[in-house]
Design a protein around this ligand. Structure first.
Ligand SMILES: [Ca+2]
Length: 182
């Protein structure tokens, strides 16, 4: 009795997600063999639309923090007093927030830190998602935002870099890029 052996390709483990991160069952049936395919959607980066320096010294401008690794950075001189750095970075046309990206170099000290915050439109206050103490060089911080509902209003969202402690005038913050990923 002849046995007909046919090679069966191994299945490819895959998951399909749309831009909202929703998993879609991706089963497909080709030529009597079942394959599963994965489609990765490249993350969309939304660049800031405006920037407001409430506290700190700077001569930099919005374009300095709209592009990563372009050689231009938004530089802030820390000032004395509580809330020694306070920079609001605003975004428009935001539908979803998956991550906040911040590339920065903080020449501070171990007891000083920069809070990466988002404005909460529900509580009308700032929520801290990540804290960065002094760094040796530029670091890219990817900050996940699990529940974005309260941080978007009419397509607007605001990220704030905030120095809580009393400032030291010898400290400096250099920001290469701030963006929202969705
Ligand atoms: Ca830059």
């Amino acid at each position: 009795m002849a046995i007909d052996l046919k090679p069966i390709p191994p299945p490819i483990e895959t998951v399909m997600t749309d831009q909202n991160g929703i998993v879609t069952p991706p089963w497909a049936n080709f030529f009597n063999n079942i394959y599963r395919f994965q489609v990765y959607t490249a993350p969309d980066y939304i660049h800031p639309s405006s920037v407001t320096l409430n506290t700190g010294g700077s001569t930099s401008s919005l374009s300095d923090l709209q592009t990563l690794l372009d050689g231009n950075t938004y530089d802030i001189d820390e000032v004395t007093g509580v809330g020694a750095i306070n920079l609001e970075i605003a975004f428009t046309n935001i539908k979803y927030i998956k991550h906040v990206w911040v590339s920065l170099w903080y020449e501070g000290s171990a007891t000083h830190a920069i809070r990466i915050q988002m404005y909460n439109y529900d509580t009308t206050d700032w929520d801290t998602f990540h804290t960065v103490s002094t760094t040796l060089d530029y670091e890219l911080h990817t900050v996940p935002i699990i529940q974005d509902t309260n941080y978007i209003s009419g397509g607007n969202a605001i990220v704030r870099l905030y120095h809580t402690e009393s400032g030291n005038a010898s400290h400096d913050l250099y920001i290469d890029y701030v963006g929202i990923g969705h």
